[in-house]
Structures are given as structure tokens and as C-alpha cells.
Design a protein. Structure first.
Length: 373
């Protein structure tokens, strides 16, 4: 594709995103003051259509971008706009308000991302399987009730209220907690078993009948961090988009998106595919070329956590999302703890702004967790 065709394709995508109507050659010449005749622009548009970058709706003389057109547009983005400083400060202030644990960070991130993009946002809880435990405490709340507090090396804190025998006092719970902590400290979450926790608790001189429930509840509290949570926000915001005036299209989308664990599984699959491709790329020493739909973070921009993954229309392997675009990024709380953030919206979206938003929120999350360590 030559520079003129790229320029006209870019103008068509930008115009269609703005007005959601098929774009004609005269509109482009007038709006962008092109130093080209309408006939020349029509010829280029015809070529773009023949090559599959544009589509012509039956009811209009104008053209709209195809999946391939959107893909070419994104791959040829020359720069990404900066998130306004005021918005950056708003989000950082938003995160700073009473942040107690990772789940709250993610809920806030998903909420803010949806609000700023006006689309659906999804945040997957981190994969803690390889994370090591730094501290574990069992604190008496009242007779029969205790709090298990688990701290990971990345500074992530998780707590869970448990029931215990009313015959146990605070000192006994503390001794059990210390014994279990000594047994699991430094171990990866995936390597901790019920036998590990139970054996540690039994090393105390507390009667076994009082230990069993505490050991099981403590183990459950630890392993609960190994489950995948999905935070989703903004479904209501999509209803105002012109694309959803088509009832059948809206029903297909909402049927798909209302299966969050399926969507989460697809996101995890995308991440594994991209990580595999990155490994192959490093091994072949071709780190100077980015994957289609991805900006290489540290190599490409000097910023960590800037990489993103993009699927457009038919590239999305989930039935019901074939009319959407799916932009995701991997956030990291540490080298061993990572999860995903994503935005789902119509293909007719401002890709540069959305990508900038998701990259900024990714970096802000990482900075916040570094401060919590």
C-alpha cells in the first residue's frame, strides 16, 4: 500500500469512527482539504475495496472499513496520543483511596477504564501460582472467629475470615500461625499442600481435635488466591452505541459476554500464544520487529508494560464477538505475578486513544503495587 492509499484509509477510518456513516470521496476532500480531486480519491477507494480494506454497504455509495482495513490502520499508527495529565492524576488519586489489596486495585482499574473508554472493561485477577509467601498470620477476632492474613513477596495482601473452635485462644492461634508460616514461607503458592499446612500445625502442642479445622481453613485461605476472578464493567455503556441498534447483533454480543469465565479463558489463551511468540522471537534474535497488533514495550518505547494485544472482528475466536475489537494488555505486580486488562468495543473505535488508556492504566497499576511493597 502506497502513502496515498494509507492516508486515505486513515481518513476513512477516522471519519467513520466519528460519524458512523459510510464515507464518500467528496466528504474526504472537503473535510481534510485534500489536494486531490474527488475522482482520484474514488480511484484509490476502489483499489482499497478491491484489496479488501474497505467494504461498500448495499444501501450507500460510500465505504466503511473492513476488518483488514482496521488492522492496516492500527499497524500503521505513527504515534499514540498521551493521556491528558489531568486524567492521569485523577486515576492515580482514585487508586490511592483506601487501597487494601489487589482485588480492589483491579476493580478500580476496570471501573476507570470503562468510564474513560465508554466501552466494556475486563480485569483478570493475577496468577499467583508462582508467587512466594512472605508472611502468614492467624489473628483472633473474637471467640470462634479468626482472620488469616497472607502476604506475598510482591507486597500483595490477602485476608479471609474463618471459623475456629471457641476453645482456642489468641495465643494458641498465634502459635499455629507461626508454625504454618515457618513451613510455607518462601514457598510458591502452587507447591503448598494441605499436608504441608496440617503437618506444620501438628508440630504445636495443641490438641489435634482443635487443630484440624484451623489447618483446613488456613490452607483454603492460602489456595483461594489460586482461583481466577473476573472483574467486568461498562456493559450498559455499549447500549448507546449505534452498532447495537441491530437487535440480533446486540443479543449475540451479550450472550457471549455474559459468560465471563469463557472470556477469561480466551484472554489467557491469547496471553499464552503471545508469550510463546515472544519467546520464539527472542530465540531467533529478531527483537526489532513487532508482532501484528502489538507494540513492543521496553524495546519499542522505553516504557515497561507498554505491550498490547489486539484482535479485530473475525480475528476474535469467540462466537458473538465477531463485530467487536478486543484490546488487552498484561499487567505485572512482580516478575512472577501477572494478570490481564482488556477493553471490548465496536470495531469503530478510536484505537490510538484506547491503546494509550489501557497502557497508562497498566503502568499506573504496576507503580501502585511497587509503592505498596
Amino acid at each position: 500500500m502506497d502513502d496515498r492509499a494509507k492516508m486515505i484509509l486513515q481518513a476513512i477510518v477516522n471519519s467513520y469512527v466519528e460519524i458512523c456513516e459510510p464515507i464518500g470521496s467528496k466528504y474526504l476532500v472537503d473535510k481534510y482539504n485534500l489536494n486531490l480531486s474527488s475522482a482520484t480519491v474514488r480511484n484509490v477507494m476502489s483499489w482499497l475495496e478491491e484489496e479488501g480494506y474497505l467494504e461498500k454497504p448495499h444501501t450507500s455509495a460510500g465505504r466503511v472499513p473492513s476488518d483488514r482495513g482496521y488492522r492496516a490502520y492500527v499497524n500503521n499508527l505513527s504515534f499514540l496520543p498521551q493521556v491528558p495529565q489531568k486524567k492521569q492524576e485523577e486515576f492515580r488519586d482514585y487508586l490511592d483511596q483506601r487501597i487494601d489489596e489487589a482485588s480492589e486495585l483491579l476493580i478500580r482499574a476496570a471501573d476507570f477504564l470503562s468510564e474513560q473508554t465508554t466501552f466494556v472493561s475486563i480485569a483478570l485477577s493475577p496468577d499467583y501460582g508462582s508467587a512466594s509467601i512472605q508472611q502468614l498470620k492467624i489473628l483472633m477476632i473474637e471467640p470462634g472467629s479468626a482472620l488469616v492474613v497472607v502476604v506475598f513477596l510482591a507486597g500483595i495482601v490477602h485476608d479471609r475470615l474463618i471459623r475456629v473452635s471457641e476453645l482456642l485462644d489468641a495465643d494458641q492461634l498465634n502459635r499455629i500461625g507461626n508454625a504454618v508460616e515457618n513451613a510455607v514461607k518462601g514457598k510458591a503458592l502452587k507447591d503448598i499442600t494441605l499436608v504441608t499446612v496440617t503437618a506444620a500445625a501438628e508440630d504445636t502442642d495443641i490438641p489435634e481435635a482443635l487443630l484440624q479445622q484451623v489447618a483446613y481453613e488456613t490452607y483454603t485461605s492460602i489456595k483461594q488466591m489460586d482461583s481466577l476472578d473476573v472483574y467486568m464493567d461498562g456493559l450498559h455503556r455499549l447500549l448507546g452505541q449505534p452498532e447495537f441498534h441491530d437487535i440480533d447483533k446486540a443479543q449475540r454480543f451479550f450472550h457471549a459476554i455474559n459468560k465471563p469465565q469463557v472470556v477469561a479463558g480466551y484472554m489467557s489463551e491469547i496471553q499464552r500464544e503471545e508469550e510463546s511468540r515472544q519467546t520464539e522471537l527472542r530465540q531467533s534474535e529478531e527483537s526489532d520487529s513487532a508482532f501484528p497488533g502489538e507494540v513492543q514495550g521496553s524495546e519499542g518505547s522505553g516504557q515497561k508494560n507498554d505491550a498490547y494485544m489486539l484482535r479485530i472482528g473475525q480475528e476474535i475466536a469467540l462466537q458473538g464477538l465477531e463485530d467487536m475489537s478486543f484490546i488487552s494488555t498484561v499487567y505485572r505486580f512482580s516478575d512472577k505475578i501477572s494478570g490481564q486488562l482488556a477493553v471490548i468495543g465496536p470495531k469503530r473505535m478510536n484505537y490510538g486513544e484506547i491503546i494509550s488508556q489501557i497502557q497508562f492504566i497498566n503502568r499506573a497499576l504496576s507503580e501502585t503495587t511497587e509503592e505498596l511493597e
